[in-house]
Design a protein around this ligand. Structure first.
Ligand SMILES: Nc1ncnc2c1ncn2[C@@H]1O[C@H](COP(=O)(O)OP(=O)(O)OP(=O)(O)O)[C@@H](O)[C@H]1O
Ligand SMILES: [Mg+2]
Length: 274
């Protein structure tokens, strides 16, 4: 396996808080790496640095041999990195289908998802002048949307034409993952994909993510639900207070005294549960 992502001494400070202390992280192609750690450990900040939504103060981030720290998120996405957000981000007024198509936009040349506000007349004009190559590309993309939606059983397929705001919370989270997959990412970053989901929904999500792994998808996951982490991860990194406190096979990390202490300390403060 070759290295897909390599972070060296990546650091982020917010005023007096060092949210990410110089941290190293390597991810090989096809690997499933999870990041665990109590609330405020710096996990999401690290994701933001990797995806270009934030810029490190120090250190290097190399994706497929290219230094990406400080590049715009769109440019990093175009290199094949897709992510989802801890608090979920969907385009509320766009349909499920168009939300998913947004994920493919970097591959789109002639076809664009219908944007809210584009008048019916303009849409009709575009439809009338649409050359065959464009129509073929649109058909292929629609097929792709159906395939991706089908990964989520019957959760999204019957709702492709509904606006995202009409969906349940869990379905909105599924749409976000579907959108990330439409980018056909070399690397997929998932920030707490099961947050706020009940046991059934969590089990379903675990099986979907497990399916992606089985297809060879390289995944970097942030997750508090350790059962899921234990089942899916090839390797786990534990963070606390901005620093890496353990790294290795899932069960070794879970049993590490530093990890147990970090979680116990936070539980005593009423935060994350191990
Ligand atoms: N934009 C910001 N400005 C100031 N401080 C920030 C900012 N973003 C994060 N922090 C701080 O950095 C630290 C790490 O936060 P981060 O969100 O990365 O933690 P986390 O491990 O993802 O936690 P959680 O499990 O609760 O999502 C926290 O102390 C947080 O308050
Ligand atoms: Mg977070």
């Amino acid at each position: 396996m070759t290295d897909l992502l390599e972070c060296r001494a990546v650091t982020r400070r917010f005023g007096g808080v060092i949210a990410v202390k110089p941290i190293d992280l390597t991810l090989r192609e096809g690997e499933f790496l999870s990041i665990i750690g109590p609330n405020g450990a710096g996990k999401t900040t690290l994701f933001n640095l990797i995806s270009g939504h934030d810029v490190p103060d120090d250190g290097t981030i190399v994706l497929e041999g290219v230094a990406i720290a400080g590049r715009a998120p769109e440019r990093i996405a175009a290199m094949g990195l897709a992510r989802t957000f801890q608090h979920g981000r969907v385009f509320a007024n766009m349909s499920v289908r168009d939300n998913i198509l947004v994920g493919a936009h970097h591959r789109l040349r002639a076809v664009k998802p219908r944007l809210p506000g584009l008048g019916a007349l303009a849409e009709l004009a575009m439809a009338l002048i649409r050359p065959p190559a464009v129509a073929a590309e649109e058909a292929a993309l629609n097929h792709e949307v159906l395939e991706i939606a089908a990964l989520f059983g019957d959760r999204l397929t019957p709702r492709l034409d509904q606006p995202a705001h009409s969906l349940s919370y869990a379905n909105r989270r599924r749409v976000e993952i579907a959108r990330a997959l439409a980018l056909r990412p070399r690397l997929l970053l998932l920030d707490e994909p099961t947050a706020g989901m009940n046991e059934t929904e969590t089990a379903e999500m675990q099986s979907i993510i497990g399916g992606l792994k089985a297809r060879g998808q390289t995944i970097l996951l942030i997750e508090h639900k350790l059962d899921l982490v234990m089942r899916l991860s090839d390797r786990v990194i534990a963070m606390d207070d901005g620093a890496k406190i353990a790294e290795g096979p899932p069960h070794t990390v879970r049993q590490s005294p530093a990890v147990i202490e970090a979680y116990l300390g936070h539980r005593a403060m009423g935060e994350a549960a191990l």
